[in-house]
Design a protein around this ligand. Structure first.
Ligand code: IPD
Ligand code: CA
Ligand code: CA
Length: 255
């Protein structure tokens, strides 16, 4: 049902993405157009999920929180993650939907409409991209690792220099891809070896969290502690790199 909701919203999002390039040259610019696409996608996802589970609550990036009749279960939704990429015609963005029960994420779906890649996981049932089982990479040296990072505007100024300075000589290469939910899935797929981001919101990380765990990866806060959805920092990697990664990130962010 999460996949169906994501696919339905994606059809329109993809059409809108096709139009965004034309809009780049218009006077008003594409910003309003994109925030409309964003809100429309969220409406579609909400309607689909509400049809299937009328009692569940919601936590959505655009419309905020809705408490359901069933207070133990809710959907956590980012209808368009990677907005800035979308706005610039960069084909790296996704839809992210997670199912939370009793405060724990038990299922997640992240859909990349451009590549038609549906990442999904259920607690205890493994993680998949389309029909293929996901597994984190096996690289064991930070020196060989492809590391992705990201930060929200409030963290950016303070951290950008620190991240570059601290990571540059420690890893093979750094990336800043701009769609946190999709980055987490790339880590689960072994396309990235490590990920650290600062200032993420619950809807950026909720689905990715279960997808990474089910793909055999580790995901914590910057100090290596259990990740909660209100944690401002996220550090994820394969099991071999996690300790050295946390060593770097914990020195970047002072408590
Ligand atoms: C943003 C992206 C970005 C991350 C930011 C998020 P949005 O989400 O995931 O990669 O660094 O912190 O806010 O605004 O594109 O949904
Ligand atoms: Ca987001
Ligand atoms: Ca968003």
């Amino acid at each position: 049902m999460m996949c169906r909701a994501a696919l339905k919203a994606a059809r329109r999002l993809l059409r809108d993405f096709g139009e965004v390039e034309q809009l780049q040259v218009s006077q008003k610019g594409p910003k309003d157009f994109v925030s409309n696409a964003d809100r429309q996608a969220e409406r579609t996802i909400r309607q689909e999920l509400e049809k299937a589970r009328p009692d569940f609550g919601f936590l959505m990036e655009e419309s905020g929180e809705i408490i359901g009749k069933d207070k133990s279960q809710r959907w956590i939704i980012d209808p368009l993650d990677g907005t800035m990429n979308f706005l610039h015609g960069m084909p790296y963005f996704c839809i992210s939907i997670a199912h939370e029960k009793d405060g724990e994420i038990i299922a997640g779906v992240v859909y990349d409409p451009v590549r038609d890649e549906m990442f999904c996981a259920e607690k205890g049932a493994g993680a998949y991209v389309n029909e293929h089982r996901l597994r984190v990479s096996a690289r064991s040296k930070l020196q060989d690792a492809l590391v992705c990072t990201g930060a929200s505007p409030s963290y950016r100024k303070q951290l950008i220099e620190d991240i570059l300075r601290n990571f540059e000589n420690e890893v093979s290469a750094l990336r800043w891809n701009g769609a946190a939910a999709l980055d987490l899935c790339y880590l689960a797929a072994g396309r990235l070896d490590a990920y650290c981001a600062f200032g993420l919101a619950p809807w950026d990380m909720a689905a990715g969290l279960i997808i990474i765990k089910e793909a055999g990866g580790y995901i914590t806060n910057a100090y290596g502690e259990k990740l909660t959805l209100d944690s401002p920092t996220v550090v994820a990697s394969n099991p071999y790199l996690h300790e050295s990664l946390v060593h770097l990130t914990s020195s970047l962010i002072k408590r």
